[in-house]
Design a protein around this ligand. Sequence first.
Ligand code: ATP
Ligand code: MG
Length: 401
Amino acid sequence: MILFTLPGYVETAIQTLNDAGHQAYTVGGAVRNALLNRPVHDYDLTTDATPEEMQQIFSAYRTIPTGIRHGTLTVLIDQVPLEITTFRIDTSYQDHRHPDAVVFTRTLKEDCARRDFTINAMCYSPKEGLIDYYGGMDDLNARIIRTVGNPEERFTEDALRILRALRLAAELNFKIEQETSKALLDQCSTLSCIAAERIDAEFLRMLKAEHCAPILKQYRSVIEVFLPQLSSATDEQWNHACSLIAASECEEGERLAILFEETGCAEQASECLSSMKVSSLFANTVLDLLNHADTPVKDRCDVRRLMHTLKAPFAMYADFRSVIDPTVEKKNLLLYRGKILRDQDVLQLNQLALNGNDLKDAGYTGKLIATALDFALNGVMGDKVINRKENLMAYLKTNGF
Ligand code: ATP
Ligand code: MG
């Protein structure tokens, strides 16, 4: 029998349910990742106890009834929130995303049947070991993503599973089984029924995944359902973007910028990002990388000017730039930045030995003050003048200010 070590709070929850005469198992990603020796970041529990029964059984604990209509109760054990869901059958989906009714069941096998992929439908309890009704272990060994049951039906029920298949394949470096692959390609247009936020969560996780590039290459048509602007790219551009993504850091914002840049869609990036409804911080980072795609970076002066305007994290930019531009070496950019920070080179107006009041005293007025200060800052960053008040004033005069 396969035995895992479960965290104390998970064992407590299973034991508490067992003591009350109920079945309880950890299920899904935790079982899959434990079998693959991958880190487990959250545990989902499944039980034959109804939500009302769970509330009784866990009355000594703090519980949060957030998903109670769908059978999910969150229980706080040792300060850790744990989601416990009643075995359920999802019946008939009219809209490709929500079951019309959730029916609770006392049969574990039925609960496993409504799960998306065989590798996600395995359960484990310390008492019974691994329970695998749908061949999850075989697929895990063969490194295959396969739906539980008929793939066409399963994707028709919930189109988000299409993207979950891609995301899992990219994270685990698995292949998508042939029938599953065919069905998801045939039905990918139904992804348009899914809320942007749910698409983003899966898509961005996919982009961040270590093995994202081959999936992105093979399943271009799926991506174009929610980013139709990218369909103007040629196959050559798309494939090139994928190979650059494979060479980049596993960072979703950077990879999205590479995709826009290399498919010739940088102009449409802003529109794409607003349709995706990502956070403004994330969108601004991607746009900032793209805005600096051609910024000169050949010497220390250039890198100062870059640091002055760049809002994206510098290390991300350095990787992005070196990936899209073979003439730029990431390590040189990082070296320049290191020297600039070490020597406290002037990068911002507040480091300038001249301020607005100095210019007012010298008779400058209105908008000219800001323009002159910017000009002076640029001069210092470009090593055209040293950062001393007299020098800066003289520099402004000789340049017509
Ligand atoms: P990870 O935690 O790494 O994202 P996970 O497999 O645990 O992976 P969750 O989104 O936490 O993913 O879902 C938990 C489990 O619920 C899944 O393993 C799967 O069994 C089931 N599940 C999640 N989403 C769906 C879905 N759209 N359709 C069917 N089953 C699903
Ligand atoms: Mg999970």
